[in-house]
Design a protein around this ligand. Structure first.
Ligand code: GRG
Length: 314
């Protein structure tokens, strides 16, 4: 999908040179990749085949948006980010678990993810369930890892774990997935769609930003601003995901394009058409950037990430 042309219509405050964002993303992706390699269990011993299934999906080439958002939020608060890396890796493990389970035959039954056959296609359904469970549990090992206790007070660390746990649980990502499955083939209201998106996709994205905010010792005003930013980019992320399902290709997306329509899923383009949906995504990005008004140039990566979420093509 070509969004670049539409970038010119974004207000000046949301503009950054595309190459700067690309460079930042590549750099941060490499940092996250390196940390994941360091923290993730290696494929040896009696559990090698279980760990192989976890590693297969974790290292299949995701964009690492959630960990990068956490790091960028801490950066916006002038915090050194090295000690945040175990938390950033935990967020990616949680996200990867959700993708593995989302692809299972009992859920979306997809055979392609991140450009590769899905975990259950390669390792079988039972092992894919366990790989997801393993990644989710391992994430909590990382959230409470001795390295994650550096540069943060025990109270702030517990608060961060609580926020992440809430975001991915029954009143968060898992609840959203449940609502999403129940809504398949049903005629639902737009308000209900927003609720599903907010829980299923928005909650973990918002929690990633909030984790960075807590690590960066945000005061109440900064935390509220970063939370608003997180909610708006979470919304933009899901709207663009809906658009990419319509306009993207399977090759670009690394997952089956057109799957939403095939499953008769309620989406933004289904409600509003493609053109209006793009405007709604832009509006969410603009609101996200406006929420960052109280921050200085250190928040530039967050502003660039908001814009990237709109222009991404996978
Ligand atoms: C199974 C508990 C459970 C939850 C599943 C994440 C999720 C909830 C479902 C995935 C379905 C989906 C396509 C949601 C839209 C937004 C989304 C999470 C897209 C994938 O995230 P990206 O684009 O993926 O960050 P990469 O592969 O780059 O990490």
């Amino acid at each position: 999908m070509k969004f670049e042309a539409e970038l010119s219509s974004l207000p000046a405050q949301t503009k950054l040179m595309p190459f700067e964002c690309k460079k930042y993303l590549l750099q941060q992706c490499a940092v996250v990749e390196h940390a994941l390699t360091r923290y993730m269990l290696s494929e040896e011993g009696p559990l090698a085949s279980h760990i192989k299934a976890m590693r297969y999906s974790l290292f299949a080439g995701g964009k690492r948006i959630r960990p990068i958002l956490a790091l960028a939020a801490a950066e916006a608060l002038h915090a050194p980010t090295a000690d945040l890396l175990p938390i950033a890796c935990a967020l990616e493990c949680i996200h990867t678990y959700s993708l593995i389970h989302d692809d299972l035959p009992a859920m979306d039954d997809d055979d392609l993810r991140r450009g590769k056959p899905t975990c259950h296609v390669v390792f079988g359904e039972a092992e894919a369930i366990l790989a997801g469970d393993g990644l989710l549990s391992f994430a909590f090992e990382l959230l409470s890892h001795p390295d994650a206790q550096q540069g943060i007070s025990p109270i702030a660390q517990l608060q961060m774990i609580n926020i992440i746990a809430q975001a991915i649980g029954p009143v968060g990502m898992v609840g959203g997935q449940s609502l999403d499955l129940a809504a398949e083939g049903q005629s639902i209201s737009f308000e209900h769609l927003r609720l599903i998106h907010g829980y299923k996709t928005g909650a973990l994205i918002t929690a990633s930003v909030q984790a960075g905010a807590i690590f960066g010792k945000a005061d109440a005003k900064q935390f509220t601003a970063l939370s608003h930013y997180g909610m708006q980019i979470g919304l933009a992320f899901q709207i663009v995901d809906d658009l990419l399902d319509v306009e993207g290709t399977t090759e670009n997306l690394g997952k089956t394009a057109g799957a939403d329509a095939q499953r008769n899923k309620a989406t933004y383009p289904a409600f509003f058409g493609v053109a209006k949906t793009k405007i709604m995504a832009q509006e969410a990005v603009e609101k996200a950037v406006t929420a960052l008004e109280i921050f200085d140039a250190q928040a530039e990566p967050l502003r660039a990430l908001a814009r990237y979420i709109y222009t991404r093509n996978n």
